[in-house]
Write a protein that binds this ligand. Structure first.
Ligand code: UTP
Length: 294
């Protein structure tokens, strides 16, 4: 039912203030989980879901991100001359073909909705995915792939959904659910950052979306919402007012909020323990420093 989704927007123009002073000169998306920058996890997930066109919405000071996807001829030559083929292979996996990736500037950080709107001319009249790289999701089948498979049946708009503690609703877009059908939630409303007592549920939207191009038209008219920002949630909620469908998808997997220090540290431990060459050392260290563990 839904058209094939081949384009993804990666909004990376935020200021990353929670990681200051690091983010004064290092884009948040370049910060490393074990040995790969956050953005690499997002790109790998997108590719697994069939994405072939990558649009980055960036801002001043994000040059390191563009360099990361460029060729590194000097480094490659050095590795080749030393016969370090395994490392060369690691490097090659980060390359993007010319033309597969586009960069757009968001001149002012006016909010996630505004960042997505900045890509409107490149999207045109096709459905598209949005991936927030600071939400890292560990899953057997990558989260966006799960959603793309579900979307092929439903069409409409789809957002990744997960339960959060009731006192945390004010940090998320929250879903008002009409009915549940397995992993699929039929949505009748969405609110950005409601207080616990006003929240329609504790099902939060996290950083994976498949959206219809009409959401971009809605963004033409969306006014500043929660936190004084132009909210993507408001433009998706407008789809419902216009009689179009929005689905929540309860994905299988564990999500880490790498936009927060605590989430980033948890992801570091989890991804570290998942690596065979690091597991034993790291587990022994954790047992040593945390009394009662293991
Ligand atoms: P966050 O709410 O995490 O904001 O944005 P932030 O600026 O990245 O980080 P803090 O809160 O100051 O620490 C969620 C996602 O939306 C993007 C961010 O880059 C991030 O991927 N974003 C946010 C934009 O691209 N533009 C904006 O105006 C706001």
């Amino acid at each position: 039912m839904g058209n094939k989704v081949t384009t993804a927007i990666f909004p990376v123009a935020g200021m990353g203030t929670r990681f200051l002073p690091a983010t004064k000169s290092v884009p948040k998306e370049i910060m490393t989980l074990v040995d790969r920058p956050l953005i690499q996890y997002a790109i790998d997930e997108a590719r697994a879901a069939g994405i072939t066109e990558f649009i980055f919405v960036t801002s001043r000071g994000k040059g390191a991100l563009e360099d990361y996807f460029d060729l590194a001829p000097n480094l490659e030559e050095e590795l080749r001359s030393k016969g370090k083929d395994a490392l060369l292979e690691v490097l090659h996996k980060t390359n993007m073909d010319s033309g597969d990736i586009a960069y757009i500037r968001q001149h002012k950080a006016l909010g996630l909705g505004h960042a997505v709107w900045c890509a409107r001319r490149l999207i045109g009249d096709r459905p598209f995915a949005v991936i927030l790289p600071d939400d890292v999701i560990s899953a057997e089948k990558p989260c966006l792939q799960q959603m793309v498979e579900a979307y092929e049946e439903t069409g409409g708009n789809m957002v990744a959904a997960m339960e959060v503690a009731p006192e945390r609703t004010s940090s998320y877009g929250i879903l008002d659910v009409e009915k549940e059908d397995g992993n699929l939630l039929h949505i009748k409303g969405m609110v950005e950052k409601p207080k616990a007592e006003e929240s329609p549920s504790n099902l939060a939207v996290i950083g994976r979306y498949i959206l219809s191009p009409s959401v971009l038209k809605n963004l033409d008219h969306v006014k500043k919402g929660a936190g004084g920002e132009i909210q993507l949630t408001d433009a998706i909620a407008a789809e419902l007012d216009q009689g179009r469908k929005v689905y929540g998808y309860r994905f299988a997997g564990q999500r880490f909020d790498c936009g927060s220090k605590s989430g980033f540290l948890q992801a570091t431990v989890s991804y570290g323990l998942a690596r065979p060459e690091l597991r034993d050392d790291l587990a022994a260290y954790l047992k040593d420093i945390v009394p009662g563990l293991g």
